[in-house]
Design a protein around this ligand. Structure first.
Ligand code: ADP
Length: 265
């Protein structure tokens, strides 16, 4: 059995492959000792580990493990997923929206890092908690689904009112910039969390679009567990990417790219 592990800042992604069958499993990074215990019970396994917590996990287990560079493992995994899904891209940007967001330019041969932003899944959880006291991930993303950003985010058309806008009036002019104009109104948790998805989704997309322009590609592949059960974030990213004239791609199990790729690096 082959086991590929991406031990990240928030989640540990585990891919196992045996007899042409693949399974996917996630653990919280706070459960890293349990993952080590599980691995320690296994014999005749090839273990590959990548990610920020790879060194620590390696130190907890008896096996000889193969270690790989996270960015290369992620690229390798994405290439495999794209091929399996019959998606053929000569060049693309991939945006890995994990705890933080890392952005890369990829060709059919290799990847190079193109940038990143601290806006990502960690911001969704942390800022989301500060604004609503909700710490449960599923509750957070479900609550956001019913939210409305109108009273929180200032759009270009709000500034220009009846005047002609120089850019699309529906673009966000200032995330959270509309709040003080509704100071005597209520801001339900759903609205607050929708606005959190807004700032994260728009920031991630903006940085990705700039990278795509810099490297002259029209394709952006979005991966990372921040999209799990988070339809709102996905919609914001898709709409904004399309609005800017680029092609967004999501791949099933894309958040396991690093774990899968580590097996094949
Ligand atoms: P990392 O490799 O940095 O751990 P991931 O790609 O695994 O990054 O994404 C982590 C993000 O995924 C979290 O910040 C959170 O927004 C989101 N997430 C999805 N499912 C969960 C979950 N069950 N528990 C906590 N966070 C989750």
């Amino acid at each position: 059995m082959k086991i590929g592990i991406d031990a990240g800042g928030t989640l540990i992604k585990v891919v196992t492959e045996m007899n042409n069958e693949r399974t996917y499993k996630k653990w919280l990074t706070t459960e890293i000792d349990q993952v080590a215990e599980w691995l320690s019970q296994l014999d005749n396994v090839d273990i590959s580990i990548t990610g920020g917590k790879a060194q620590y996990l390696d130190s907890l287990i008896k096996h000889n493990v193969k270690r790989s560079i996270e960015f290369d493992a992620t690229y390798k995994g994405i290439q495999l997923f794209l091929e399996e899904n019959d998606i053929h891209l000569n060049t693309y940007i991939f945006s890995n929206v994990g705890t933080g967001t890392s952005i890369h330019y990829a060709t059919t041969h290799n990847q190079e890092r193109a940038g990143g932003t601290g806006a990502g899944g960690g911001m969704i959880q942390g800022l989301g908690y500060l604004l609503t006291q909700i710490s449960d991930y599923d509750e957070l993303v479900q609550t956001a689904l019913n939210g409305n950003r109108d009273k929180i985010d200032l759009k270009v058309k709000h500034i220009y009112k009846d005047d002609k806008t120089p850019i699309s009036g529906d673009l966000t002019a200032a995330n959270f910039g509309h709040v003080l104009q509704h100071i005597n109104e209520d801001f339900p948790n759903s609205d607050r969390l929708a606005a959190v998805m807004g700032i994260v989704g728009e920031t991630v997309t903006t940085v990705s679009i700039h990278a795509a322009r810099q490297f002259k590609t029209e394709n952006v592949v979005f991966i990372g567990s921040s999209f799990i059960n988070n339809e709102l974030l996905k919609n914001i990213v898709v709409d904004y990417t399309v609005l800017r004239g680029l092609n967004p791609y999501f791949i099933e199990n894309g958040e396991f790219s690093g774990a899968l790729g580590s097996i094949y690096c």
